[in-house]
Design a protein around this ligand. Structure first.
Ligand code: GLY
Ligand code: MN
Ligand code: MN
Length: 419
């Protein structure tokens, strides 16, 4: 069975008999007039179909002894293609999704009422309708999944309407071997992008020139999409956690650190890596002290990760590590001062979303993928250090998927010397 069919079977197993599930890819969001934002299919829909096209719907029908799956797409329209480019053929969509029943959107309403009607129902008596209600998903310009659910409630009062979101989150939280390999592809690609940045890291360069370069490098090496807006931040800018591209006007100076927080996607799976480098190739004593503390925390948390722990427990561990170490190294006088230097979380789930779905308070299980990203930020000194790795939770502990991206001081100084 293919990976996508297996995911759909797992979803079938999580719902009662006599149920219909509807999942929508969504529509393109309008910027203004006839300008659209780049389309990104709803991630739950993508997870179950592999399809990245707007106006697409997955319908699953579970009856006693039978699981039926249908995919509805826009029909081929020659004139529309002349305007907006090629669309998926039904054959191609079938290949991608491993679904056999591909239908035109023109037949959707009829097929839906055949499935949901109380009388003359071709699937027996459907009593549950599952829709993704947690995220606002637009089905049409004036219709979200929530509005659609209300319409269904009025039209089919015998149906129990339920939210399918948590069922899919449950599946997405535990990565398959294929998903881990796709994340590794994304991470390895990100690693080559970082190496390219290092060749171009020098005093005088403006921050955004490097984030632009990372994007360009990705586009020219397999049309890689970014996981999120690339963060390149130097000096004091590195103390702003998500220093936005529009503000990346800082000129990189000799003697400063530069913080990269970036990632490419691979088939939708997002790498999320942070590394911090000295522009001139050598850390000052203060920078070294801060860097080593963050690096040791990063390594200690990765070693600590194991099934049964929660993300808030990893955070507590990172905070107590920083409190002790920063006090010992005279970076703070009082342990409580750490809340000024370390102001974010150490981990989040990672997957099809950079900040992936899942309840942070749930104990970790094998197959979860999280980031480990401690940082220390000294605003007055203009020093910000974050070291972020992507980590798989295993049966016995953790495996760092980004261990190939160098972070030891000796390796960094060596790499920068030979650039
Ligand atoms: N790049 C966003 C984060 O690290 O969470
Ligand atoms: Mn990051
Ligand atoms: Mn992160």
């Amino acid at each position: 069975m293919s990976e996508l069919s297996l995911r759909r079977e797992k979803l079938f197993a999580s719902i009662p008999e006599n149920s219909v599930v509807l999942l929508f890819s969504g529509i393109s969001k309008i910027v203004s007039e006839d300008e659209y934002y780049p389309f990104v299919a709803n991630r739950n829909f993508f997870y179950l179909t592999g399809i990245e096209q707007e106006n697409s719907t997955l319908m699953l029908i579970k009856t006693p002894g039978e699981h039926k799956s249908y995919l509805f797409l826009d029909e081929y329209n020659e004139l529309k293609e002349r305007w907006t480019g090629k669309r998926l053929t039904f054959e191609k969509a079938s290949q991608i999704s491993d679904l056999d029943n591909i239908y035109s959107n023109n037949t959707f309403e009829e097929m839906l009422s055949m499935a949901l009607a109380k009388e003359n129902n071709m699937y027996g008596q459907i009593s549950n309708l599952f829709i993704d209600l947690s995220n606002e998903i637009k089905i049409k310009e004036n219709c979200s999944t929530q509005i659609f659910a209300k319409e269904m409630e009025e039209k089919y009062p015998h149906l129990k309407i339920e939210n399918i979101y948590s069922h899919i989150v449950e599946l997405r939280l535990v990565k398959s071997d294929l998903e881990v390999r796709q994340l590794e592809e994304a991470i390895n690609a990100t690693s080559t992008g970082i190496n390219d940045l290092l060749l171009n890291l020098k005093a005088g360069v403006v921050e955004h020139e490097l984030s632009d370069r990372f994007e360009y490098y990705g586009k020219t090496h397999g049309r890689r999409k970014l996981s999120f807006g690339t963060i390149v931040a130097t000096g004091k800018d590195a103390t702003i956690l998500h220093h936005p591209i529009a503000q990346q006007e800082g000129v990189i100076k000799d003697g400063d650190l530069v913080l990269f927080d970036l990632g490419y996607q691979y088939n939708g799976y997002c790498a999320d890596i942070s590394r911090t480098f000295p522009v001139n190739g050598t850390f000052t004593d203060f920078q070294r002290k801060v860097y080593e503390t963050v690096l040791n925390c990063n390594k200690a948390v990765i070693d600590y990760v194991k099934p049964g722990l929660t993300i808030p427990e990893l955070q507590e561990y990172a905070i107590s590590f920083f409190k002790k170490e920063c006090k010992r190294l005279d970076l703070i006088k009082d342990e409580e001062e750490i809340s000024k230097l370390y102001i974010h979380n150490v981990s989040h789930f990672l997957g099809l979303d950079t900040h992936d779905v899942g309840d942070r308070k749930r104990p970790l299980v094998p197959g979860n993928v999280i980031t480990v990203e401690p940082g220390l930020y000294f605003v007055n000194e203009g020093v910000g250090v974050r070291i972020e790795d992507d980590v798989l939770v295993t049966e016995t502990g953790s495996r760092c998927l980004s261990r190939g991206i160098k972070k030891e001081i000796s390796d960094i100084e060596k790499m920068l010397k030979h650039r």
